[in-house]
Design a protein around this ligand. Structure first.
Ligand SMILES: NC(=O)NC1=NC(=O)NC1=O
Length: 173
């Protein structure tokens, strides 16, 4: 899809296509639509990120809370979005053994208890060992820093999803 096609979309089509660039936050795409026309992928990405950056902390935490746990109950129940399913299976999280699943569940629960939002990491190019290692490491971070780190991961996930949609090369992001 090229940027001219994106700029020609009406509101409904734009939200249908870009509504899950930020996991389960179609409001962001709904807001970004009014910023069209976009000069290129970078410009489109910039508007998604500017919306996130302009939110009050409660809104930024709300975005994080819209993310399903990595290797969590939604993965087991099969209720993940298609994008999340692809990303989580890409990181090998669909084939964890019982011990690995239990360890991630415990770390996720500790993380959520500490920060009051779920651990978010761009899983696409990660793997089960890295997820576990990052989760254990970030669990020890201070809240303000961790909020920034987590939002950075939301943006990485969003960049990769936008690249898929516009068929850019994720390696050149
Ligand atoms: N909690 C999460 O990090 N979730 C996710 N990471 C991804 O890359 N996709 C997700 O759904």
């Amino acid at each position: 899809m090229d940027i001219e096609k994106v700029n020609s979309m009406d509101f409904g089509e734009f939200v249908d296509v870009f509504g899950n660039v930020i996991e389960r936050c179609p409001l962001i795409a709904a807001a970004v639509w009014s910023q069209r026309p976009f000069s290129d992928l970078e410009d489109l990405k910039k508007h998604f990120f500017a919306f996130i950056d302009a939110l009050p902390q409660s809104g930024q935490e709300g975005i994080l809370r819209c993310h399903p746990d990595l290797a969590g109950s939604e993965l087991r129940r099969g209720t993940l979005t298609a994008e999340s399913q692809r990303e989580q299976s890409g990181a090998g999280l669909t084939t964890l053994d019982a011990d690995e699943r239990l360890r991630l569940a415990e770390l996720n629960a500790q993380y959520r208890a500490r920060f009051d939002f779920p651990f978010v990491l761009a899983a696409r190019f990660s793997d089960r060992a890295a997820v576990s290692r990052e989760l254990a490491r970030r669990l020890l971070c201070r809240s303000a820093q961790e909020l920034r780190t987590a939002l950075g991961e939301v943006k990485k996930i969003g960049s990769l999803r936008l690249a898929d949609l516009l068929r850019a090369d994720p390696a050149k992001l």
